[in-house]
Structures are given as C-alpha cells and as structure tokens.
Design a protein around this ligand. Structure first.
Ligand code: UD1
Length: 431
C-alpha cells in the first residue's frame, strides 16, 4: 500500500521555537470569497496543506484561475464558467459548501452537492439554507444537490441563526455583500476567521459592521473588486504546538498568531499548571510539575474551541486527577479517545461527556487517526508515550497541518513520516 504513516518514539524533550502558518479555516473561505469579484485577488500566508488543493480544484472547476506559489495564491475570477460544485469535490471537503453564497451572489445561481455526514457528526446545513432563503434565494433539492437560484438578485433581510454556526455565518456574509439593501445576521459566529473574512470582503469594497460581535450588519453594494490579503495566523495549529510543549515540558515558543485568539485555551493551560508567557505574536509555554486536571467544555468562540478538544484531552490523560471534557459543538467528536485508550489512557465516554482519569504514563501502540484534530492529538500523546507509536491514516493530519512532522522534529521530537511499507493490516512500529 502506498499510504504514509507517522512513527514517534516517545520521551524526548521538546524545546525551541516554532512558527505557525495562516489559518486553514480562514483561507478556504477567502478562496471562495474571491469568486465575488472579477479580477485577480492575492492571498498571502497560505498554508501548504491538502485542503487548499481541494478548494483550488473546486473554484478551478468554476472557471477561476488559481495559481499557487510559496505560501501565496492568486485567484483570477474574471470569468466564471460554471456554477456547479460537484459531489466528488464536496465529499472530499465539506468546506466546499462555502462557494454556495458567493456563487449565488455573483451569478444568480449555484448548484452544490450536499455534503452529507462526516466523521465528526452529521454536520447539517439547514442554517445556511434557511438564511439564504431569507435573502430571497430559491432553494431546491434533488439528486443529492442543492440548487440555489436568485434570478432577481438577493434582497437584504434580518436573519437570526439558531446557533452561531461558523459556516452559515460565512455563507450569509458572502451572499449579503452583493444583496440589495441591508442584512442583519443575529446570533452570528464570532470566530477570528469570521473577522478575517470580513476584512477580506471589506478590502473588496463590501460594507460590513459588527464582525466579531453576535450582530453583523451588511449593507449590500453593487459590485466588488479584487483584494490583496494576508491570512490570520492559525490559532488551532498554535494551540496544538502549545499542548505539545505542555505535554513534553518545554519551554516551547509558538509564534505567528494572535494570543488573544486563544485566550480560553491559555487560561485552561495555566489552570493545568503550565507557565504561559504571552508575547506580541505568540506564546511561550513550560510545565515543570505534573499537569492538574481541568474541566473544559467546547463552545462557539470565545468559548473553548472544539478544534482543541482532542489535544487538550491528550494532556488531561496524564494529569494527576479526574476531569470532564464536554463536547457541545459536534456530536461524535470523541472517536480519537478510543485510540488514546489503546495507548493506556483512562477515558470513558458518556454521551457528549468524556470522563478522563489521569494515568501515570501512556504506552506506544498502533493507532489510527480518525480525523484531523484527533490525529494531531494522537501524535501529541505519542510524544510522551513509552516506546513507539505508529499513527495510520495520516492524510487526515495533512489536511490541516503543514510540515507537522518536520516542525515537531525541529523542536526535538523523535518522529518520522514514511511510506507504509508494512501495509495497513500490520500496525506495529518497525524496529
Ligand atoms: C467550522 C470549522 C471547524 C470548526 C467549527 C466550529 C471550517 C472549515 N471548519 O466548521 O474546524 O470545528 O467551525 O468552530 O471552518 N450546524 C447545523 N446546521 C447548520 C450549520 C451547522 O446544525 O446549518 C451545526 C453543526 O452540525 C455543528 C454545529 O452547528 O454541530 C457547528 O457547526 P459550524 O459552526 O457551522 O461549523 P463548520 O462551519 O462546519
């Protein structure tokens, strides 16, 4: 089999400095937003991760010309030749749904495959749909596709989201910027990636007030123009390296992001006994005594990010007591916990709560990366596990982390990525 695996020999100290890339969850939406204006937009601080390639294919299939070079890309959206995002693409990456709003705003129609379930839960899109309908978009479902039409153009409206969904807020923003009149999105998501998208859209000539608050007001404009924009630093990549530092002791300095975007995570790391020093563009972390147990519950921003839940659980697995980790954002996001248990952790799942009893040590084992963040968390656990851990299904990790293995190795980890010469059936580490 030609797949790759990560092998980690645990127990090495980690120290030094690491730099994070631009935020995956922002740049994917910025690429979709580029479709709104004819001309060439330029995006910098773009991470080299596989999801970017998928989005490039999605918007390339719509007629946009995407050119990628080192940590930059340009999108020439002068001529769009299609309004369809096919199933082959959307099924590879749910974030493809982000083209729905821009397409219907620019072309008056869009046909986007329904994303279906994914491995962290059902991930519905009802709020995207209902919000667009409020803006006057006619929606029809058939043959697995959403067909959205707005022959008369979009009309501003008041939209109250049931839940501050990141994706729905983004799709509505990208549709409302070209709608006639004013749109008010209430109970909007407040994630830093929403503020980044807003800055991008404002750079294109959009009129948006209140991004970063629960009420965003968009006054539609007739046309937008291309923009040049630097992607916000990836707070989740940063948080992942901070937990690596916390697990191994550090000190580890993570730069390239805004520490304010990780405030609650830093608070919880401090509560766990870590020393956390906030720098203008990053954070230094060190842990000198055994981690203390800390309860966390994931919530929309500024709550504790669901995308940090797995990594934090890896740290709590080795704390000197019991804690409860509650997942409120996605159903079914504890799959990696089963793998952690195979490494010796004591974790019991009760509905959307994980009861974690700290253990003295973890032991290397063959594991599977169940999803992006769960996979990263298993690598972190492997850094402190006794012996060798072999992590399979690494493609999940490559979706969102650029040079993850290289960056950890540069900090001192004994970690390699290699071809899975043993095949997926045989999971032990090669000696
Ligand atoms: C984005 C991020 C993901 C992050 C999540 C929450 C990207 C590419 N992904 O995902 O990494 O974990 O935000 O911070 O940016 N929901 C509905 N109906 C809808 C929309 C959402 O019920 O129409 C539910 C979802 O099933 C989920 C919850 O709302 O349970 C949160 O989803 P949402 O905030 O939309 O996350 P995504 O945008 O999919």
């Amino acid at each position: 089999m030609g797949s790759t695996v990560i092998e980690v020999r645990g127990g090495r100290a980690l120290h030094g400095e690491v730099r994070v890339e631009g935020a995956k969850n922002s740049v994917l939406k910025l690429m979709a937003a580029s479709l709104l204006a004819p001309g060439v937009s330029r995006i910098t601080n773009v991470p080299t991760i596989s999801d970017i390639g998928v989005m490039a294919e999605v918007i390339g299939g719509l007629g946009a010309l995407v050119v990628r070079s080192d940590h930059e890309l340009t999108v020439d959206a002068t001529t769009l030749t299609s309004f369809e995002a096919p199933y082959e693409m959307v099924s590879r990456m749910r974030a493809s749904i982000a083209v729905l709003g821009p397409l219907v705003a620019r072309l008056g129609q869009a046909k986007v495959a329904m994303p279906g379930g994914c491995n962290i839960g059902s991930r519905k899109i009802d709020m995207h749909i209902r919000g667009l309908q409020e803006l006057g978009v006619r929606i029809e479902f058939g043959h697995g596709y959403i067909h959205a039409t707005a022959p008369e153009g979009l009309k501003g409206a008041d939209v109250m989201l049931d839940f501050p969904s990141v994706g729905a807020t983004e799709n509505l923003l990208m549709a409302a910027v070209l709608a006639e009149g004013t749109t008010v999105i209430d109970n909007a998501a407040r994630e830093p990636e929403i503020a980044d998208l807003t800055a991008f859209l404002v750079g294109m000539g959009a009129d948006i007030q209140g991004a970063g608050s629960p009420t965003i007001t968009v006054t539609g404009v007739d046309a937008l123009h291309p923009v040049e924009h630097r992607v916000v630093g990836d707070r989740i990549e940063a948080g992942t390296f901070l937990v690596a530092g916390a697990l191994c002791g550090g000190p580890v300095t993570v730069r390239g992001f805004n520490p304010k975007h990780l405030e609650l995570v830093l608070t919880k790391l401090r509560a766990a006994g870590c020393e956390v020093i906030v720098l203008p563009d990053g954070v230094t972390i060190e842990r000198t005594s055994i981690a203390r147990p800390v309860d966390v519950q994931t919530l929309p921003y500024p709550g504790f990010p669901t995308d940090m839940q797995a990594q934090f659980m890896a740290l709590m697995a080795l704390s000197d007591g019991d804690c409860i980790i509650t997942e409120n954002v996605f159903e079914n996001r504890f799959m990696f916990a089963d793998e952690l248990v195979r490494m010796g952790a004591d974790v019991r799942i009760e509905a959307h709560h994980a009861i974690v009893k700290g253990v003295r040590g973890l032991s290397g084992a063959p594991v599977r990366s169940p999803d992006l963040r769960g996979g990263a968390a298993l690598v972190l656990a492997a850094l402190v596990a006794e012996g060798c851990t072999r992590i399979n299904d690494v493609h999940h990790i490559e979706r969102g982390y650029e040079r993850f293995v290289e960056k950890l190795a540069a900090l001192g980890a004994d970690i390699v990525m290699k071809a899975d010469t043993m095949g997926t059936a045989s999971d032990g580490c090669e000696e």
